[in-house]
Design a protein around this ligand. Sequence first.
Ligand code: ADP
Ligand code: MG
Length: 742
Amino acid sequence: MSESLENKRILPLQFVKGVGPRRAEALAKEGIVEYIDAVLRVPRGYVERSAVKSIAEVQRNAGRHHDSPMSELTELVVTAETSIVAEVTDVEERTVGRNRKMLVVMVTDPTRESLELIYWNRIPYFKKYFEVGAIYEISGTPSYEGRRNTVSFTHPEVEKITTEDLELYQQGAILPKYSLTQGMRNVGINSRLLHSIAMQVLPEVEAELRETLPDSIRAKHRLMNLPTAVQELHNPTSIHNISVAQYRMKFEELFYFELMLATRHNSRQNPERGLKFNSQSARARTLVDNLKFTLTKAQRRVINEIVSDLSSGLPMNRLLQGDVGSGKTIVALLCMLCAIDNGYQTTIMVPTEILAEQHANTIKALVAGLDVKVVELTGGQRKSLRNEIKSEIASGEAQIIVGTHALFEADIEYHKLGLIVIDEQHRFGVAQRSLLKGLGVRSHQDDVRSPHILVMSATPIPRTLSMTLYGDLDVSIIDELPANRKPIRTSVVFESSLSNIHQFIREEVQLGRQAFVVYPLVEKSEKMELKSAVEHHKILQELTFPDLKVGLLHGQMLWYEKEDAMRAFLNKEYDVMVATTVVEVGIDIANASVMLIENAERFGLSQLHQLRGRVGRGADQSYCFLATKDHFRYQISKSNTSEDGAKAATRLKTMAETNDGFKIAEVDLALRGPGDMMGTRQSGLPDFQFANLVTDVPIIITAREEAFGMVANDPKLAQTEHRAVREKLISYFDTSSFYSVA
Ligand code: ADP
Ligand code: MG
């Protein structure tokens, strides 16, 4: 649409009292176009006397955790949002350093204490916005600065409270707070106006707020009906009713999401034909009998789950989750041997060439004597070698193909590909999985059959999240480590005491062990990564460990250089390996017992956990040191402490406290939210408006039971009482295609 046309469009909301064309345009930019949009944009929170804190209280709470510098690291938790209602007493622009500007707004309340609101951005706007003597509702995360003994909010959410509203508030009324963007604020849209719009148009959209949830489900879970819930959210009659209304909205959102997964799961059952394997495998049996260790109970359980899929006749789509070191490779291999005994080819796809090499070597050693042909296919191979491997694959001679992305290039002809294993699946997208699957289907020629797919992940995802995310995958979990493992001892260390750690590394080396020293990618640029790893390597080798042999591994090395370096480390030609995050994934050096991570505050939680997983693979006690700057100790007490600083401290603390990947994943999820953690766009997870995947687990479970139950009884949602559900499902997720499958 051209701009002039767009400007001329008639927006329904412009005729609502208090709006007009300019504001309607600003609302439209935020997706609020129709009446129903305004009604469904419910408040983000409520101001009510019992929920608001006094400034005196905020100060007491903020100061409490800060008696000693170390307690900041050990006691820090992610602070919840705090709301206050206060009067502005002063607005002052200051210059810090040479030319950085900041705006400091002093506020006070009836406790006669005061605190500061601090702004670094959009200073001219806020300078005009705050009026001395006016009352504001302020919410954000308070931070405490010890030196000046002051509490402040940095860039809090603020909303001016009118005299009318103030009176209502003082009488105990509940004031709704709506989310406002800068674009809305610029044209004078405030919470009060959004509330008034919603209340004006609500009667007009009653037909659109038709109830779709069946009475039986509503009665069973005591769900408030939809029009009442919406009314309560905009115009609450009590705090209790707000939570009842919110429960209903969350339930509905999760119910339809689960319903979509349920219909998808259901539709998959019919059309695709799978390969039916005989579950008895002589080669797998021989391998199990010859292993130097016994399989854990969890490994045996997941093997049974997988083998029962393989012999069911339906194509398997299974996610195998297990913490680093839980022994997923052997599980995959045993299942691959089952496929091979049934006359099929298998592939295992990994994200890096080093890992492909290591897997190929591990697998070759394990299947020695079993008459299995293992080949390796990676992007870095010479053309003649690649052609040779390609023909071994096409003829069916190759039975296990270990490879990288090279596996799903279009020119590869597989031969009766029966099982696809994808390791470290978080490195691959859904699209890549389906490319490989397509090649697998093609390899059965006229007999159209889908290969079995097993994806493996060492990033444990909280169970409920994997349920919601991978609703169309079945999930198996290895929740037990082999018995010979000693938990890795982890501690946070500060840079001023790094020499102690270096001494510790030297002692471990004298005992015959090896160590990793990992640096973060300082800049996104690959050149910078190179520089930092190379420089650190030089310093460590020449100044810190002149008596030891120090190797180097970074992402800019060619694949064979990386392999050479890793092989040399494996052969103990190096005592210490300086590396960037390229060592993060799957490499196994059983003799390495120390992992020192520098600038640990810069790494994500699951990344830290993966890195730590590179040690502790042998029987020796292993150690992980998370080194961070000394000033980080104090960082979170500074007035301009970012939320990021607080989160980094929580990550380090969590690592020091637990080795449990599932617990770590829970914290990671709470810190980052499911979108960032999983890469939302790739995972296909919608942005939920009401539901919170971290805190609403019980609702997820209930909604899922109801949704899957409904589809089990009425797969096409054809029953009269499900008609409304069906229509809503189609409009929610545009899933009409699910119904045209049969
Ligand atoms: P991950 O699940 O992280 O991929 P691996 O499959 O690489 O873990 O296994 C890690 C190490 O543990 C390997 O050296 C493997 O041989 C060993 N391992 C696997 N299962 C067991 C077991 N049941 N008992 C002892 N060691 C095992
Ligand atoms: Mg692995």
